[in-house]
Design a protein around this ligand. Structure first.
Ligand code: NAP
Length: 312
């Protein structure tokens, strides 16, 4: 992880919403010296109390005026559906020259929600770090969460080059690799790489819970044969995922339609006993896995490097 030696990227960063992502940004910013002062802000008093106990930030306050005074960078880390409310609450206290950013998993909707709230002189740089776990809340924060992960910036009309450069430097300091694209392109790419897989995982795990008790207990017992990996994804935060599906509806439905067509084709090959088609298809999918490992986006270790349970 880069260290303090390089000097701060900004004097004061304010993290709004101290859950998994907010907590991780605060920890990583402190660990790398990305900001001289890391300020934590959350609507929940219980969350703020936990932030203080865990020492996630230099300053933890529910007072917006105090938190935002002199802020160089403010990062919204709230559920996508709360973006408008959070931006509206911050707006009266944002000073001209402050750069506002976010971490929402959907970009077009966040832009639509935040832009009308933005005061003059404040630049918005929508962003999405492609990193996470199935855990949520301040206890889930990890300083190393963004190491070697992508962070996508989706500038819009009015986003200044200096604001983009600030976010680029900030996320690079946290260990991330930075990419830039439009919000619309982001939403289509993520609908395929993240939202569709979550939809499938939620559905598969949901199907298993519809079976009777005996089958369910066998599903759990023999889960290592594939089901277990879907349960990790399907254990993701319910509020976050409700918001993602509702706020990226068009792109998710488009990808789902393509998925359904391909699934019907697969079903047809199995029904027709077309082994050649199945073999060609599975060979192609295996190559994708190998490319992901080759690009350092996952480990090549068997079973994702999991410790094996004791034998017996
Ligand atoms: P999280 O752990 O549930 O944390 C969100 C926090 O924001 C909670 O403490 C919540 O408080 C607080 N909050 C809600 N509304 C607020 C408001 N109006 N003002 C201030 N705080 C507010 O969620 P997360 O996983 O960190 O996700 C945060 C954002 O990052 C989401 O937009 C998500 O799409 C995005 N993201 C998530 C992941 C991931 O894997 N989890 C990855 C990349 C990006 P309460 O709990 O009291 O409501």
């Amino acid at each position: 992880m880069p260290t303090h030696d390089a000097g701060p990227i900004t004097e004061r960063v304010v993290v709004v919403g101290m859950g998994l992502i907010g907590g991780s940004i605060a920890l990583a910013a402190r660990a790398t010296g990305a900001a001289t002062t890391v300020v934590a802000l959350d609507v929940s008093e219980a969350v703020m109390a936990r932030v203080r106990e865990l020492g996630l930030a230099d300053v933890a306050t529910g007072d917006m005026a105090e938190a935002l005074r002199g802020a160089g960078l403010v990062i919204l880390c709230v559920p996508v559906g709360a973006s408008a409310a959070a931006a509206a609450a911050l707006a009266p206290h944002l000073e001209p020259g402050t750069v506002l950013s976010d971490t929402g998993s959907v970009k077009s909707s966040v832009v639509t929600q935040v832009m009308p709230q933005l005061p003059a002189g404040v630049t918005f740089v929508p962003a999405h770090p492609i990193a996470g776990t199935e855990f949520s809340g301040p206890d889930a924060g990890l300083a190393s969460l963004f190491q070697a992960r992508w962070c996508i910036l989706t500038p819009i009309d009015g986003t200044t080059p200096s604001a983009i450069a600030l976010l680029d430097a900030f996320w690079s300091r946290l260990g991330a690799r930075v990419a830039v694209m439009t919000p619309e392109h982001h939403d289509r790419v993520l609908a395929l790489t993240s939202h569709l897989p979550h939809m499938i995982a939620y559905n598969i795990v949901g199907t298993a819970t519809d079976f009777g008790d005996e089958t369910q207990s066998e599903v759990i017992r023999f889960s290592a044969s594939g089901f277990r990996d879907f349960t990790r994804i399907a254990a993701s935060d319910p509020v976050m995922w409700r918001d993602i599906f509702l706020h990226n509806r068009e792109a998710v439905l488009e990808m789902f339609e393509r998925f359904s067509t391909d699934l019907s084709q697969l079903e047809g090959w199995i029904r027709d006993g077309d082994g050649d088609a199945l073999l060609a298809f599975f060979t192609r999918t295996r190559a994708i896995r190998r490319s992901i490992v080759a690009q350092g986006q996952d480990t090549a270790m068997p079973d994702f490097g999991r410790r094996q349970p004791p034998a017996g």
